[in-house]
Write a protein that binds this ligand. Structure first.
Ligand code: NAD
Length: 368
């Protein structure tokens, strides 16, 4: 098998971003040594840190760095210091959204995993989530209501009229559906399309296109669920789902709901993908200014984002599996950061848990 080579753009950002990224890099080093990778990691400025240093949340040199990379490992951006800037100049809007646009990132993958040992972290009743769950939300990211035209507010005789348009074309549905089916092939082989086909034209097109693609993947089971029922079933029995495929707005809401029922934001990675193997990988949470600088943030979402990156952008499923198994192992053995600690239990710091994961990977205990 070819040894993964290439450049990773590392954009740590603000708040807990740099401390979590530094801890994550220790895990990366262990994986590189264990698997003989030759990856180059180059840091770039982004978010509030870039505003302070370069007067821009996404400086041109950072975009150039990302263009020359196979993948972007993103931390988190934003914080109180930059909240008084005009909305379009604030770190999240001025860095993350342009990155998605520049690189045509049309598919967002958000795995929501509840480990059996962390059932107590879920807001759901333990009997609803007994044994934990593993749901992957695949969200279309560049179409639908957020971008469809017309999108406007006009004056009328009675006041004003506002319009958003949910628009989808076949090719937009096809490409994200292929991502969902590929992901399902490495999981429980089931895709559920979340839609509102009883009232929406766009949902009828989604069903037609998705059924066509399902015919190319006979090993994957396809079923359908209305979005209102999906929202309800996610809080009744999240473990019944494998891959949930959603258009943009439905995916925005459903992926946050799946994250909420999984417990801590500090555990959830994500990937945003475009054409080819390029991707942007980041934790689902933000810059957590309330705990920044204390060394207590949970680095698992960032570490698990590296697993997604190695699997998708560097075709290295074994290394990804080693990371996931090492993470599951530390959880099983009682390592807990403050966000997932039970009352009376002892918590460890960001660096401690990352070092332990790195140690397990280096000693082969992360391997399958
Ligand atoms: P947040 O996700 O930063 O924090 C919400 C809560 O979750 C906080 O209590 C925080 O301590 C906790 N949390 C988040 N990640 C954690 C981790 N890894 N370990 C332990 N606890 C964790 O959301 P917020 O407070 O609404 O936003 C704070 C800032 O982050 C804002 O400036 C916002 O714009 C920005 N933000 C950035 C991104 C991004 O970079 N992708 C995403 C969301 C929010």
């Amino acid at each position: 098998m070819a040894v993964p080579k290439g450049l990773v753009a590392v954009l740590a950002g603000d708040g807990i971003g740099p401390e979590v990224m530094a801890a994550t890099r220790e895990v990366c080093t262990a994986v590189e040594k264990a698997y003989g990778f030759q990856l180059e990691w180059k840091e770039g400025l982004v978010g509030g840190a870039a505003i302070d240093a370069r007067a821009k949340a996404l400086p041109d040199e950072t975009v150039d760095l990302c263009r020359s990379a196979q993948a972007v490992l993103f931390g988190s951006v934003g914080g109180p210091k930059w909240e008084s800037l005009p909305p379009n100049e604030q770190p999240e809007r001025a860095a993350l959204l342009p990155l998605r646009k520049i690189f045509g990132l049309y598919a967002n993958l958000r795995p929501a995993v509840l480990y059996p040992e962390l059932v107590g972290c879920s807001p759901l009743r333990p009997d609803r989530v007994a044994g934990g769950f593993d749901v992957l939300v695949v969200r279309e990211l560049t179409g639908g209501l957020y971008f469809g035209k017309p999108k406007e507010t006009v004056k009328t005789a009675q006041g004003e009229r506002a319009v958003d348009s949910m628009v989808y074309e076949t090719h937009e549905i096809e490409r994200v559906t292929q991502v969902a089916f590929r992901a399902a092939a490495g999981r429980k082989k089931r895709v559920t399309l979340v839609d509102k086909a009883n009232v929406l034209e766009t949902s009828l097109l989604w069903r037609k296109v998705v059924k066509g693609i399902a015919a190319q993947h006979p090993a994957i089971t396809l079923d359908f669920i209305y979005v209102d029922n999906a929202a309800m079933q996610l809080v009744r029995e999240p473990g019944r789902f494998d891959v949930l495929l959603c258009e943009n707005l439905f995916g925005d809401i459903i992926s946050d709901e799946a994250a909420a029922v999984a417990g801590s934001l500090g555990m959830l990675p994500s990937a945003s993908l475009g054409q080819g193997s390029f991707g942007l990988y980041e934790p689902a949470g933000g810059s957590a200014p309330d705990i920044a600088g204390k060394g207590i943030a949970n680095p698992l979402a960032q570490i698990l984002s590296v697993a997604l990156m190695l699997e998708i952008s560097f075709s290295s499923p074994e290394a990804a599996r080693a990371i996931r198994e090492a993470v599951a192992g530390v959880i099983r053995d009682g390592w807990r950061t403050a966000d997932i600690v039970a009352p009376g239990e002892k918590s460890v710091g960001t660096r401690d848990i990352a070092k332990e994961i790195a140690r397990r990977i280096a000693s082969g205990r992360g391997k399958g």
